[in-house]
Design a protein around this ligand. Structure first.
Ligand code: HEM
Length: 341
């Protein structure tokens, strides 16, 4: 087949997949910029791009393009090295005509791939994949800003990301114009113009990514994504699907309460309820009473389910309020409350 057997065909595949990846990276960068100016809207986009069929299809196509791009890159590099034979390093003698990035596209690609592995573990695995696999932890998968909080509060994250962005700049800058050359657009007027466009494009995208990494790091260190009132009120709405899944017959009532109560009232109420259910279930007399009849046993089961659900909700609120100044507990045995609540 021409696309895989001929050198021109392989270069064409590299160009096509590369063009798609440039568009994805540009779109991704613009989408992330929304998290700087309007974090609530960013989470709504994350929710929209969750585990829906259209988002899954787009992710599968993207993964296929990345894979093809990598496989063809390795094949083309090996083929070029074989063609040069023992004279492989002779190219070093003509660096003026061959740009540094063009000689190092494979190495740059490997650095970007290493960045991507870290990046997927920090975000995709806990968001889209967790939703598909049913391995959601405390944080709802649609709460993109909380994953920013988790990732960018680690000291090494901005360093790893900025190394990845620099490699991306060189890789995109060279790849952008050379893909036009690969598809036969080798023109003395247009290639210099395309080189300029490539440089501007890669610079804007990478500067935006760097600005995002800086802003996310500063805000994560302030705990902004956990404490902002508008975000907290959005996170509580994200708990509704979990409630509908976990709470059985009382789900509708509890979902309504979550929707209607502001975060500052909901959080203490949920923690109080979790604590009350826990102490009821730990009371041997109450347990013995319920275990007397089959109806009682059923009631006990429902209570256990509710207690687990409330515990999960309370755990999420406690995670958001971690490290905040606490006041006296609302009632004996209850977790302490934030003075702002
Ligand atoms: C500050 C920089 C970045 C941030 C904050 C960021 C954030 C995110 C988030 C939140 C997701 C998960 C979306 C979801 O699963 O719903 C994601 C996915 C992804 N990111 Fe990034 N990203 C950044 C930079 C990059 C760069 C530079 C690349 C490429 C070189 C990249 C490639 C990807 C890919 C391939 C996915 C998977 C997309 C999918 O499954 O459809 N990201 N990113």
């Amino acid at each position: 087949m021409w696309l895989s057997n001929s050198s021109v065909g392989r270069k064409f595949v590299m160009a096509l997949t590369g063009a798609f990846l440039v568009l994805f990276v540009t779109f991704h960068c613009l989408m992330n910029s929304i998290a700087i100016v309007w974090p609530v809207a960013y989470n709504s986009i994350c929710e929209f791009l969750g585990a829906n069929w259209y988002a899954l299809l787009a992710s599968a196509v993207l993964a296929a393009f990345i894979l093809i791009h990598i496989i063809y890159a390795v094949v083309l590099t090996m083929q070029n090295r074989r063609a040069r034979g023992n004279n492989r390093y002779a190219v070093v003698r003509k660096p003026k005509t061959v740009e540094w990035s063009s000689q190092n596209m494979l190495v740059l690609g490997i650095v970007i791939l290493a960045f991507l592995v870290v990046h997927m573990i920090q975000f995709w695995a806990k968001m889209q994949m967790a939703e598909i696999a049913g391995t959601v932890d405390v944080i709802p998968p649609a709460a993109g800003t909380l994953f920013l909080q988790e990732a960018f509060s680690l000291v090494w994250t901005p360093i790893v990301y900025i190394i990845g962005f620099i490699a991306l700049w060189f890789h995109m800058n060279h790849g952008f114009w050379s893909m036009f050359q690969s598809i036969g657009w080798d023109n003395t007027v247009w290639i210099p113009r395309l080189k300029k466009i490539a440089c501007w494009w890669a610079t804007i995208v990478v500067l935006l990514f760097i600005a995002q990494a800086i802003v996310f790091t500063v805000k994560a260190r302030e705990g902004f994504y956990k404490t902002d009132e508008a975000l907290r009120n959005q996170y509580k709405e994200m708990l509704v699907p979990m409630v509908e899944h976990d709470f059985g017959p009382d789900a509708i009532q509890i979902s309504q309460a979550i929707k209607m109560m502001p975060y500052d009232q909901l959080s203490p109420a949920v923690k109080q309820q979790a604590e009350q259910l826990k102490s009821q279930l730990n009371n041997p007399e109450a347990k013995a009473y319920f275990n007397q009849s089959p109806e009682g046993k059923k009631q006990l089961e429902t209570m256990q389910k509710q207690a687990d659900g409330f515990n999960k909700l309370a755990g999420f609120f406690m995670y958001l309020e971690e490290g905040q100044p606490q006041t006296e507990p609302a009632m004996p045995g209850m977790p302490a409350q934030n003075p702002n609540n």
